[in-house]
Design a protein around this ligand. Sequence first.
Ligand SMILES: C[S@@+](CC[C@H](N)C(=O)[O-])C[C@H]1O[C@@H](n2cnc3c(N)ncnc32)[C@H](O)[C@@H]1O
Length: 242
Amino acid sequence: MRQRRLKDLDEKLKELEDYLDTDGRENKGAWRRLFADKAINASWEITRMLYEGVITEEEIAASFEEPDSRLCLEIGCGKGQFLCSRAADFPDDLFIGVEGQESVIVRAAEKVRDSGHWNIHLLSGYIHDVHEFFEDGEVDMIYLNFSDPWPKAKHAKRRLTHRSYLAAYMDILADGGRIEFKTDNEDLFDFTLEEVEAMGYNIVQMTRDLASSDLESARYRTEYEDKFIDQGIKIKYLAIEK
Ligand SMILES: C[S@@+](CC[C@H](N)C(=O)[O-])C[C@H]1O[C@@H](n2cnc3c(N)ncnc32)[C@H](O)[C@@H]1O
């Protein structure tokens, strides 16, 4: 039975390979180039212009270096609802979603395929050292949405907002880049605040009731966020800028 399930999963992963990678390390420093290729594949108009020599592939890749085209990373993207809703409102942004559970990322990849957003790319696997995947300064936004709380003190280093993770995020962020963190979990939020303050990072937005705020982040909900809000749980949110 288990073998059958894994076989189905492997087939799904193969079927969805245009939308996800099982390893993204080879794209380190070249993520914008990957998105340029995705844009070319997705657009008949760009293909026509390339064919007619109106534009070159280098010019297309360069257009993705523009400051209005932010490279955004979500770590633990779940089933992809957050990425799809942001991609709909920010078509110039480029989104990378990483998710460790294969059965979950398959659902995200199906959502990305059905949404038609070429500007989302998914990575299947747990990411621990972001330096392996991104050059320093390559990323503009990092989203940590409802990260696993790891409640036991002895597991504190596994929390995605532990200071060792935060320091690595800061390395890969461009100047002026931003980390946004949302959680239902009071303890994880307090822990994160302590870590951010201990590292001296610059908190630019914070609330303990995101849904009642007029912050932009309240408009882009994740699957977990929908469930917590339905249960009357307040969402805690903070944003840090480099
Ligand atoms: C509680 S769920 C939240 C999912 C989604 N962000 C949401 O809010 O609906 C946390 C997810 O993060 C994933 N995850 C945790 N650590 C991760 C890591 N280091 N790299 C990739 N995914 C991770 C887990 O597999 C899980 O699906």
